[in-house]
Design a protein around this ligand. Structure first.
Ligand SMILES: [Zn+2]
Length: 419
């Protein structure tokens, strides 16, 4: 069980720890800086008036073994914004310090303060609660209670976990495919979440979970760690991400405005899910440009009024969840279009219909859904096993029928997409 020690540290001491990289103002679970400038000016004023500011909580992180006496490292559990503001003020490099303050605000940059005021600033005593011997879980709990009882998002929690998988996932978060998603949709921890989910799916050699995020924490905590398997999974994940990135580039080459659409973490996720399933079954390499056409045609299906898949996309895709039947239908549609456009040959005809078989099935259907009779097109039909594959139905034309999205969904769709 951890303990708190109440103390007062002056700004100089905190600043020096920070300068020596011994005080981490932004541990991984911390949220990004959000303070508006006016609060920064107000805080500086508070300190220069020598008025009290709230308690800062600092956890003593386990010291790193090195030559010589042990050195303590600190991480700020609460008070990140305030300390960062004081350090920025002292450094004088940030915009808010350099620019003219807003009207009505009294403000002098640190560098222009009278030396006695500089000293007063440096000697201002900050009330500090020093935390020792806390478990990581307790620290997170304390932290999340302090955030106006806003619990940590799963991504933040997972990110802060000690996990042997972490280095592999961290490496993957740097993949440039995630750079695409960072523009308009700057999602806090989005990269981490996506990379971790993708890694998990490959490590387990199973498609994405229905409740991917809820299980992420569980996975990172309790999944037995097998170093060689983990290394392989990271490489395999990177391979799919590379392929996906090449597809994304092709798609924006074909259509310059398309890049903005690729900024959706959701589309990145759906493409990954599709590729993960298609890779072992189809010959895809060298067909990035064709697959990209499939992705684009899928995307533009939103223009088809009443398109089932697109309605689903709008209704449920917004949350980025992948655990609903509607999203499943979307991913299937995406896969269908990718297969259709790529003219890819099936590696293993036992599970999926080949391109030729799909052609025959469509011809036999006379362009109509076998169940409801609605009109179908070559790009939006599902080649369905009449007797489901998992019930022993063969992947042969005589066991195939063309279905619309809705009927395919009713029938249960591609059970392999999710667990
Ligand atoms: Zn139908």
């Amino acid at each position: 069980m951890g303990r708190f020690e109440l103390d007062k540290w002056d700004v100089r001491r905190l600043y020096e720890h920070w300068k020596k990289h011994r005080l981490n103002v932004r541990p991984e679970y911390q949220r990004t800086k959000v303070w508006p400038d006016r609060m920064k000016y107000a805080l500086v004023e508070t300190v220069l008036h020598d008025w009290p500011m709230g308690l800062i909580m600092i956890n003593v992180a386990p010291h790193v073994e090195a030559e010589g006496p042990p050195v303590e490292y600190y991480e700020v559990v609460d008070g990140q914004q305030r300390l960062a503001t004081l350090f920025e003020y002292k450094d004088g490099d940030e915009q808010w310090v350099k620019k003219a303050p807003p009207k009505g605000v009294q403000f002098t940059p640190y560098g222009k303060l009278n030396p006695s005021f500089q000293e007063a600033f440096d000697e201002y005593r900050v009330a500090v609660a020093v935390m020792r011997d806390f478990e990581q879980d307790e620290i997170l709990d304390i932290y999340s209670r302090l955030q106006h009882s806003k619990p940590l998002k799963i991504g933040e929690k997972v990110k802060a976990l000690k996990s042997e998988f972490k280095p592999h996932v961290l490496e993957l978060t740097h993949h440039k495919i995630f750079g695409l998603a960072s523009g308009r949709h700057r999602v806090r921890d989005g990269h981490w979440n996506l990379a971790a989910v993708f890694f998990k799916a490959v490590y387990r050699n199973r498609p994405l979970d229905r409740q991917e995020f809820a299980h992420l924490d569980e996975f990172l905590r309790h999944e037995p760690y097998d170093p060689s398997r983990a290394k392989k999974a990271a490489a395999e994940t990177a391979k799919i991400l590379n392929f996906e990135y090449r597809m994304a580039e092709e798609a924006s080459d074909q259509e310059p405005n398309f890049e903005g659409n690729l900024a959706s973490p959701r589309l990145i996720k759906w493409m990954f899910a599709s590729l993960q399933l298609l890779f072992p079954r189809y010959v895809l390499s060298g067909r990035e440009h064709l697959l990209a056409e499939g992705v684009r045609s899928y995307w533009h299906a939103r223009d088809q009024e009443g398109s089932d898949e697109w309605a689903a996309y709008l209704n449920t895709g917004r949350t980025g969840r992948i655990d609903t039947d509607d999203v499943r239908a979307c991913v299937e549609q995406l896969m269908n279009r990718m297969i259709g456009a790529s003219e890819a040959e099936a590696l293993d005809p036992k599970r999926f219909f080949s391109r030729e078989q799909r052609g025959e099935i469509f011809a036999n259907s006379k362009g109509k859904c076998a169940l409801c009779g609605i009109k179908l097109t070559k790009t939006n039909f599902h080649a369905d096993h009449i007797v489901p594959h998992r019930q022993g139905g063969p992947t042969e034309v005589k066991n195939g029928q063309a279905l619309c999205t809705a009927c395919n969904r009713k029938k249960g769709g591609n059970a392999e997409l999710f667990e």
